[in-house]
Write a protein that binds this ligand. Sequence first.
Ligand code: ARG
Length: 563
Amino acid sequence: MFDRFKDVIADQLAGLTAADRTTIFESLQTPRQAEHGDFAIAVPRLRLKGNPVQLAKELSEKFQPNDLIASTNSSGPFVNFSINKKALLADVVKTVYVKKKDYGANDSGKGKRVIVEFSSPNIAKPFHAGHLRSTIIGHFICNLYKANGWETISMNYLGDWGKQYGLLAIGFEKFGSEEKLLQDPIKHLFEVYVKINEEIKNDSSIEDQARTYFKRMEDGDEAALALWKHFRDLSIKKYKQTYARLGINFDVYSGESQVTESMQRAMSMLEEAGLVEESEGARLINLETYKCGKALVQKRDGATLYLTRDIGAAIERYEKYEFDRIIYVVASQQDFHLKQLFKILELLELPYADRFMHVNYGLVKGMSTRKGTVVFLEDMLDSTKERMHEVMKQNEEKYQQIEDPEYVADVVSKSAIYIQDFSARRIKDYEFDWDRVFSFEGDTGPYLQYAHSRLCSMERRAPVKLNPNADLSLLVEPVVFDLITLVAQWPDVIKTAMQSLEPSTIVTYALKLSHEIARAWESLWVVNQPQDIAEARLLLYWTVRTTLGNALTILGLEPLERM
Ligand code: ARG
């Protein structure tokens, strides 16, 4: 949004000095103190001869104000520029009006492809808070990459292979019910899994049975695989339904079971590259020189490992998708695992070894429902929704006015969970706080949704219609320019968020915008105003609301229009 202004500065400064235009353009920054202006340039960066403080003063005096740059001043070695806010206002409103939902997006990633692997739960095991974090952070990263013009492939890499799935099959023979399985495969398989693990304590032969069963699976025994495939298919079907409640769709359901061939190929590649050594019958890669320990790639009994499967998967993914980047959204508990994986890919001298990236995150504590610790995503969503619904009922008068409280409770509760999760940097552990999460005050999800829906409701009730040609020169209050400056920053926020991949940067932005909106509410009215003023203000609010909606959407939330 600011490029037009920066161009004008760069052009004129390049004329006034011997400095390179591009250098000037890239050196323009936001002044530390807002009173100084909208842009500042540190004169030493231009590598001119002379005293920087003196030069700053001279340049600021020589610079000719124009339509876009209203004034200049200097402070120490900095030249500061204040832009013509009216020009910015007109630019921003027009751009948002034209781009709407796409406002802020850019095409810097055009022609590039990223795979984002996220969520990746384990069949028959709990979907814990760590998986939830991976799910929402991963979805955010997909949205962010898309907004930066990348082609994205979302991938779910299920934990669906290993000795424990032999155990599950044995358990199913004993305790399983096809009917229950069809009803809710995820819950039922978990039940079976818990029961058979109990049973092991009484009957130690089960472990051998499980091992034999899994061996049959690994050897490709059709009957053994058919049952396992049945479990897997039904689980995926159910997962899809639950992810849909979060508006998430995976392009690819992969999983540890799907990479057997590639893994064997990877094993030969490792052997050929001379990376593997033998240790008491097992095979390992010594990574101690790289402070990555010793990576076991094959057990003594020949059984495969999580790491080995990941090496195979990585190679297979590249061959299939030729990605420019691949992101693993996995808890920081697996930092070491991924460090080993990436190091091994590098030692294999794969030409694409530098395209791998781990996005990690810390632990969440205390995310349990009244019935106990949450183990299923669905329960987590139902339970927060229920609680949200109760909170809403406490305000009877308002509750009466909500058309579809079930729907509102659902969206607001998701927003509550997301914003709490996204408030701090990913790597931080945090305690899930039910009271804070549902508060409509303070920096919460409900507060953001409230800011958005309140603007929507104002638009619905406004005495005038949205008019893109409204006379913006009637907007003169300082809060207008504070709002519009923030709105103008949105495209840059999307760009810079690519560096840290921190959802918190977007949350901080959305909160700032919402605070500014709350401030504007106090003085900037649309009702009881002359028509031209009402129209101009409505257009401004619409611009701001659209931008806030875009921010919520990137975070993976559906902006609410009524609540
Ligand atoms: N299923 C694993 C777990 O629940 C996460 C998988 C992470 N992705 C990977 N490529 N290793 O811990």
